[in-house]
Design a protein around this ligand. Structure first.
Ligand code: CUK
Ligand code: CUA
Length: 621
């Protein structure tokens, strides 16, 4: 019983001789972890036949790697953070909608042009990072993430863990929910939250009845907007069905109100079920209006396209200002979290084709507790819902909720306190068809007293909870302070992501500069400097330009060793371009300040790092 993490290749369940995943599946097969633990005695560390919290070892010793990647959104920081789970170590930040100097993001020509052509905003509000899937499983290609502030969608490629595309979506303001059509991520959906006049060009300013919100479909390879659907009311969170047809979104403002008290007044709002195949047929048949270059299909309740036996959008009444919606791993149910109502609503997806009244798709409505916001899954038939008001996570049984009376507490298995006021939660691979069922992170909005005080701005608290032992129950394992403010997350097993250790020059837009290619090209007030960077020098010791010249510097880090980064910092010209091994970046600026400027490397790259600098000499006119 004294075996430690280092003694087994699976330190998370150190006392059980099974690989962890088999352990979980075996536990599910016999119906209870206790049965298995009882048989072997392996989980019983205090003799009472019940595993205790001390069985959960979430430590990842120095030098060892985590089992999962977690991608957490940065909220109005505009970035995405990469954690290792279960250590909860923050491994990397990926700038998306924000300018960021450590990664040179927005400092070189390519990323700056990407940000400028996507609306030229300096910030965004990133909420829902969703990892691409093939056959309902993570494929390690991309992470998609929305900008709730400026109505954009971005793509991060997981080959390099960097943002490679951003689209500024027309006809909408505030794209909130983000997720894909599954099983193969062939469309990305941006869920339009704020109702505005379409187009929003000064018309109908104070005529809220004329405001609209749209669901946007984006093709993931090109990141082109391919169609939109306008709806009554607004749209909030969303999730895709598993079989290539359905997409679900919540609506907390079915009356189209513009004040808080009016928005919260209706007793029911909507879950909207989008039949994406029917919508694509309408687009193909030309049944749309083109607005700002996008085919916009009418999915409002009055639309003729919604009257037949194959409506584009089904409107289901759910109580009161619903928030999250997520589809169960087997694709059977969409579960809506009630927010202002203490229930979750369970919708059976196949029933949309069977019922006349769309409200007959509702098959369960457990009473879960105060302020249910989001729901995740363990793959063993349980749902985990955050309770914002009660500061708890509630675990409940999905089939029991279908069997039970409406508004019954019977399906509830247990509740655990979290600290405090959780928004989203994410379980390992919960958004796939096969969740791992071991780790869950509760993304708590308030941390209050959990960390050393740092003034009036507090971090948030991402709490790690072990859910792999149904017998012992949910076990709170650790607190992790988070810079404001993670909303959603995706947790992916490390075996499904395979990042490159150095750049492949073929993948970059800018041409590689080798030692023999270094040169300065001068032409009509334009200067193009092509140079290398390597330990411990740039390709030129000095370069002279004239005041007013337009200067482009193309730099390749010709190192082939992983982790050997340089940068090209040019003080007073507001430039710091990062250069990973085999990476080429270009930066263009006007040399409008005469003087001597030490161009230097900001990454500590060797013992002669401080000496890695060259002079930019700008001669006065
Ligand atoms: S939302 Cu933030 S807690 Cu943007 Cu998914 Cu619910
Ligand atoms: Cu290169 Cu420091």
């Amino acid at each position: 019983d004294s075996e430690t993490a280092a003694d087994t290749d699976d330190h998370l369940i150190p006392r059980l001789g099974l690989p962890r995943r088999d352990f979980i599946k075996a536990g599910a097969a016999v119906g209870a972890m206790g049965t298995l633990a009882g048989c072997t005695g392996l989980l019983d560390n205090n003799g009472d036949g019940v595993a205790s919290a001390s069985d959960v070892d979430a430590s990842v010793p120095p030098g060892e790697l985590d089992e999962y990647y977690a991608f957490l959104s940065g909220g109005h920081s505009g970035d995405v953070r990469v954690y290792g789970v279960p250590s909860m170590r923050q491994i990397m930040r990926i700038p998306v909608f924000n300018y960021e100097s450590a990664r040179g993001y927005g400092h070189d020509d390519e990323t700056r042009e990407m940000l400028e052509s996507a609306g030229d905003y300096t910030w965004g509000d990133a909420h829902h990072p969703r990892v691409s899937q093939t056959d309902n499983d993570y494929d390690g290609r991309w992470v998609f993430i929305n900008d709730k502030a400026n109505g954009r969608m971005a793509r991060i490629n997981l080959k390099y863990f960097e943002t490679d595309a951003i689209v500024d979506i027309p006809n909408t303001q505030g794209v909130h929910g983000a997720c894909a059509r599954l099983p193969d991520t062939d469309l990305i959906f941006g869920v339009g939250e704020y109702r505005v006049p379409i187009p929003n060009d000064g018309r109908n300013l104070d005529d809220p009845d004329a405001y609209e919100s749209v669901l946007t479909a984006i093709e993931p390879e090109s990141m082109n907007v391919v169609w939109q659907v306008r709806v009554d009311g607004n749209l909030d969170n969303g999730d895709g069905g598993k079989n290539g047809r359905w997409f679900f979104a919540t609506d907390y403002n079915s009356d189209g109100a513009v004040t808080e008290s009016e928005m919260a007044r209706p007793d029911t709002d909507y879950l909207k079920a989008f039949d994406t195949i029917a919508i694509e047929e309408a687009v193909e048949n030309g049944e749309y209006e083109e607005i700002n270059g996008v085919p916009v299909v009418d999915g409002t309740t009055e639309s003729p396209l919604n009257q037949g036996d194959r409506p584009l959008v089904h409107y289901v009444d759910v109580p009161k200002s619903p928030h999250g919606v997520s589809v169960t791993p087997d694709g059977t149910y969409a579960i809506v979290s009630g927010k202002l109502d203490p229930t979750c609503t369970v919708v059976e997806i196949d029933r949309f084709d069977e019922v006349d009244d769309p409200n007959d798709v509702i098959v369960g409505q457990p009473l879960v507790g105060g302020g249910p916001l989001h729901t995740a899954y363990d793959g063993r038939g349980h749902a985990y819902t955050t309770l914002f008001v009660d500061s708890q996570v509630v675990k409940w049984d999905i089939e029991a909720a279908v069997d039970a009376e409406r508004r019954s507490e019977d399906p509830i298995i247990e509740k655990i306190d979290v600290h405090y006021n959780p928004g989203h939660l994410i379980a390992a691979e919960s958004y796939t068809a096969d969740p791992q069922g071991d780790w869950l992170i509760s993304l708590n909005k308030l941390s209050k007293d959990r960390f050393l005080p740092v003034g009036p701005v507090h971090p948030e608290n991402d709490q790690l909870i072990y859910i792999g032992d149904d017998d012992a129950g949910m076990q709170l394992v650790k607190d992790t302070p988070a810079y404001p403010e993670p909303h959603d997350a995706s947790m992916v097993h490390r075996s499904k992501i395979d990042p490159e250790p150095v750049y492949d020059p073929e993948d970059l837009e800018t041409e590689y500069v080798d030692v023999d290619d270094t040169e300065v090209i001068r032409e009509d007030g334009r200067v193009h400097i092509k140079m290398t960077s390597q330990r411990n020098e740039f390709g030129f010791h000095d370069v002279t330009v004239q005041e007013g010249d337009e200067v482009t510097i193309t730099t390749t880090n010709i190192e082939t060793t992983s982790d050997l980064l340089h940068s090209l910092a040019i003080p007073q010209y507001d430039i710091n371009v990062k250069l990973a091994p085999q990476e080429t970046r270009e930066v263009t600026f006007t040399a409008d300040k005469p003087g001597v400027y030490w161009m230097y490397c900001a990454y500590f790259c060797s013992a002669l790092h401080l000496e890695m600098r060259s002079r930019l000499l700008v001669e006065p006119e």
